[in-house]
Design a protein around this ligand. Structure first.
Ligand code: ADP
Length: 472
């Protein structure tokens, strides 16, 4: 359990940010340490070297002025004063023989016993750093040429420098541990603060239940990125809420709309069964059942078509087509039905063609639905005018009737699925025709508008004119 929690913490962004923070922080600290350490070491060495050079120059001057004896006295005095283990002074002849020297008992490796020492026989001061057996600290030696091939050798223990560097290393080690600890804690707090907004979004998302879609992530001051995430998440919740309520409404409508015809069909079958065993009645009942089923099948087909078109998953068979010709065909098709009601259909077509890119079968369905409605809701002896215009790069088809009109309160709803105004209860229909027309026009990049009064209604649909039409 604890292990599981630990391993899931290792996978969190907070942990990763903290980890990288510590790594980068430590790497930078070590880099700074190295730079300071190397420059300090070089500085100390420079200082030692210049001290050695100064001393050997002074010894050379003394030798030149007062000879080897005076130099020997000075070597002994100076070494005695500073500690024979800490310094070495020596004058060598050109063949390496020691002419004057301080106490060399602690400098055996480099002392008089090695007259053949050839190192530093050139004309330049020659510096060396050596580790001598039995000595804890290294030594720095300068071999400086003077006149006649003779050389003055000056050595100094590096004890002081090494102690300084060692203290510096120890201090840095402790400081690094403290810095990494504090830096890690600081990095963790920083990462946790940065992630707090994300956590808030996660908490809200986790807390949202089936009936709790109204909750939103509160905005805070954790930075614009987090607020943008919260806003995007809230917008998504809003869309899901709308979609879900639409979905619920559609399901309610479907259940309601299907129940009525199914109950009717069942009622017919039940009545026939309870009646006499009359073959004619059975045949009538069977015919009615078939009609009822056909209506249901058509309704279900239309619902599926609307759903597919609305979601954009419908496959359109797009071709260049003349809307004028398409509307003319539809008007011809509905003329007999209009004539039965003594309705006159007139066509206004100021153009020879009105080209669009569209799916012929689906656009035919739009024109048919609108014409069908216009005839259905126009009383005997009325008139329908179909006008085609080209407006601002769109082909506009307006179907105006002198029918019963639509109430202002109904207008915002007539494109909703299954919505039927009170006045149409006595007329056949499913309330799906306008929804399908709107979905088809939308998927073609167009729109439908409606204007209505007591004198009648005008439904207009707009489709983007194809470029050949725009230029003609
Ligand atoms: P329906 O199958 O009922 O005709 P529609 O979706 O085509 O379904 O239309 C929805 C409702 O809009 C209709 O029930 C009707 O009340 C109203 N309507 C549509 N067109 C007209 C019109 N031209 N005149 C009056 N009312 C109309």
């Amino acid at each position: 359990m604890f292990w599981k929690k630990g391993s899931s913490f290792l996978r969190t962004t907070t942990f990763r940010l903290t980890f990288w923070y510590i790594v980068v922080f430590s790497a930078l600290s070590v880099a700074v340490f190295l730079v300071v350490y190397v420059s300090l070491a070089l500085r100390l060495q420079d200082q030692t070297d210049s001290e050695l050079l100064d001393e050997s120059t002074e010894f050379a001057a003394l030798y030149r002025e007062q000879g080897v004896k005076a130099l020997q006295v000075e070597f002994t005095r100076e070494a005695g004063a500073r500690g024979t283990g800490r310094v070495l002074f020596q004058l060598r002849s050109s063949d390496g023989e020691s002419l004057a020297y301080s106490d060399l008992s602690q400098w055996k490796e480099v002392g008089t016993s090695r007259p053949a020492e050839r190192i530093g026989q050139g004309n330049q001061p020659y510096y060396r750093t050596l580790s001598l057996p039995g000595r804890r600290h290294k030594v720095r030696l300068l071999s400086m040429p003077i006149s006649g091939g003779q050389r003055i050798e000056v050595g100094s223990s590096l004890q002081r420098e090494e102690i300084i560097l060692e203290r510096y290393r120890e201090t840095f080690g402790v400081a690094l541990m403290v810095m990494v600890g504090c830096g890690g804690l600081f990095g963790f707090l920083l990462a946790r603060k940065a992630m707090a907004g994300v956590q808030r979004v996660t908490d809200t998302a986790t807390g949202i239940g089936r009936n709790d879609l109204g909750r939103r992530v509160p905005l805070a001051d954790e930075g614009e990125e987090i607020n943008a995430l919260a806003r995007a998440f809230n917008a998504m919740l809003e869309r899901i809420e709308i979609l879900l309520s639409e979905f619920r409404q559609v399901t309610d409508n479907v259940a309601h709309e299907l129940r009525t015809p199914i109950t009717r069909i069942r009622g017919m079958a039940e009545t026939t069964l309870k009646g006499e065993d009359d073959l004619c009645e059975y045949k009538e009942m069977a015919a009615s059942v078939i009609d009822g089923c056909d209506d249901l099948i058509e309704m279900i087909g239309t619902m599926l078509e609307i759903a597919k078109t609305d979601s954009g998953t419908v496959e359109l068979d797009l071709v260049p087509l003349d809307v004028l010709e398409l509307v003319e065909e539809a008007a011809d098709l509905f003329t007999p039905m209009a004539e039965d009601k003594g309705i006159d259909i007139r066509l206004n077509k100021p153009y020879r063609t009105a080209m669009v890119i569209g799916d012929r079968r689906r656009l035919q369905r739009v024109a048919s639905n609108l014409l069908d409605n216009a005839i259905k809701y126009t009383p005997h002896g009325g008139g329908i005018t179909v006008s085609i215009e080209i407006e601002a790069g769109n082909v506009k088809v307006a179907i105006a009737d002198t029918g019963i009109g639509i109430n202002e309160s109904d207008l915002p709803h007539i494109f909703e699925r299954f919505y039927r105004c009170d006045h149409s209860r006595s007329t056949s229909g499913s309330g799906l025709g306008l929804s399908l027309a709107l979905a088809i026009i939308h998927v073609h990049g167009g729109d439908i508008t409606v204007q209505s009064s007591e004198q009648g209604s005008t439904f207009s649909f707009f489709l983007p004119a194809s470029s050949s039409q725009v230029h003609s």
